[in-house]
Design a protein around this ligand. Structure first.
Ligand code: SAH
Ligand code: F3S
Length: 435
């Protein structure tokens, strides 16, 4: 049996891409292996969003080069492939293929002709979504991309370069995936996109199809019990989308809507042209229609020119919105981006201090929120047993991790009502309840 090894870095979209590649290889008779030395084809599915992510890829490439069978096919796909281009072959001459995030459906070409070097980093196609085999069994949470690329062009972000301009899939094609996932085991659907709430498919008759419509259609499917979407751009939270949080109970009361910074000056330099008032107004509208909604954000600290005062404004907004489950990053200069050549780059030590301060503030808010969940009951979704096999890991509607003892008979429901019994900043403990 031929074997494949695939390692995925980065965002949920990459995790999805990795699953599609695995299914494609399985349909060509390959089976998965965790052992590089055993593999006949080795794929790194890569992320370029921060320098650290790119470095991780190149160090993994070095390790693989030393461990792989001499005749194994070896390649990179995803954002580093797109960013490095043909230069990747110069850095790692053993590479057989370099395929960008929208070209990995071309992989079979290298299987039929292993002596060529396969290179394609084109953008602009949705071909990969519909031209590849779907998995026979869906995981309980099915990630379904509805659009790819981003038109926002934040000055720090490499994504518009690596994933291109926004393109939305047709509702038919999306719903085909949703139905297939629901029929083969999915109970939660998570719609994905770099700018997911910007989803806009204009059909032949000129009618515009939006994310709210996909949510409404998906909610009609009995097997689907939970719906969410990520990642949202604040000003694309249109009224139809806000309203559906109030009318569709299957839509989880949790929204990732990155603000990035609390300073209007920094937001302008980031090319994120919304005011704090507008952002807060959107949050208030969401809380009005769905009082139990919680918001999470991504933050960047140490953007070029960020002063202590700018940073304090980020701390203020974090406390004011009371974000849960957020991500924070030190600004990382990226190729092909405007911010990388801006003056007043911030020293690493200042970035590190600010990040530590922000993280401790976010952790404190998270701990308080987690504690406020004690004695509440949530419908939770099972991720599976932990490493010891003695506990189960569930996800609450707010994506908190909740640990429950494994029942004596080792059987457990995928979806269960769980009463929260204890909490700390990282996770919850709970027990099954009839409600
Ligand atoms: N909306 C996108 C976000 C892409 S990147 C998506 O979900 O795919 C994810 C996060 O990484 C961003 O929200 C931002 O906070 C962070 N990020 C992007 N570029 C960065 C950079 N150059 N340095 C540090 N963080 C960055
Ligand atoms: Fe990147 Fe900004 Fe789009 S963070 S993905 S350019 S919304």
């Amino acid at each position: 049996m031929k074997k494949f090894f695939i390692q995925t870095f980065g965002c949920q979209m990459n995790v999805y891409d990795g699953q599609r590649i695995a299914t494609l290889l399985e349909s060509h008779g390959f089976i998965s292996t965790d052992n590089i030395a055993d593999a006949d084809i080795i794929i790194l599915n890569t992320c370029a969003v921060r320098e650290k992510a790119t470095n991780k890829v190149y160090s993994a490439l070095g390790r693989i080069r030393a461990a792989k069978k001499p005749d194994a096919l070896f390649g990179i796909v995803g954002c580093v492939a797109r960013e490095s281009g043909a230069d990747a072959f110069r850095r790692i001459p053993e590479l057989n293929f370099v395929l960008g995030p929208q070209s990995y459906h071309k992989l079979p070409e290298i299987l039929s002709d292993p002596d060529t070097k396969l290179f394609n980093i084109d953008l602009g196609g949705l071909e990969k979504f519909d031209s590849m085999p779907r998995p026979a069994i869906s995981p309980a949470v099915a990630y379904i991309p509805i659009q790819e690329g981003c038109n926002h062009c934040c000055t720090y972000c490499i994504v518009p370069h690596t994933r291109g301009r926004e393109i939305s899939r047709s509702p038919q094609s999306v719903m085909h995936d949703v139905t297939h996932a629901a029929e083969t085991g999915a109970v939660e659907i998570c719609f994905l996109g770099q700018n997911v709430n910007g989803y806009n498919f204009v059909d032949d008759t000129g009618i515009s199809h939006r994310l709210s419509e996909l949510i409404r259609e998906t909610a009609k499917i009995d097997a689907v019990q939970r719906i969410r979407f990520t990642s949202s751009y604040p000003t694309e939270m249109t009224d139809d989308l806000i309203e559906i949080f109030g009318t569709e109970p299957k839509l989880l009361p949790f929204l990732n809507m990155p603000i990035q910074s609390g300073s209007p000056n920094v937001l302008t330099k980031m090319n994120r042209p919304y005011s704090l008032d507008l952002y807060i107004d959107i949050v208030n509208k969401l809380r009005h229609v769905r009082p139990d909604i919680q918001i999470s954000s991504d933050f960047i600290v140490g953007f070029p020119g960020e002063t202590d005062d700018d940073f304090e404004q980020t701390m203020d907004i974090a406390k004011r919105i009371r974000y849960i489950n957020s991500y924070s990053f030190k600004y990382s200069p990226r190729p092909h981006t405007a911010a990388a050549v801006m003056p007043n780059q911030i020293p690493e030590s200042v970035k590190a201090n600010r990040l530590a301060k922000l993280d401790s503030c976010l952790n404190e808010i998270q701990r308080e929120f987690n504690e406020s969940c004690i004695d509440k009951t949530f419908l939770c979704l099972c991720d599976g047993p932990d490493k010891t096999g003695r506990h189960l890991v569930y996800r609450t509607p707010y994506m908190q991790q909740c640990i429950v003892n494994m029942p004596d008979d080792n059987t457990y429901p995928t979806l269960a009502n769980i009463r929260i019994t204890a909490a700390n900043k990282a996770s919850l403990r709970g027990e099954f309840t009839d409600k």
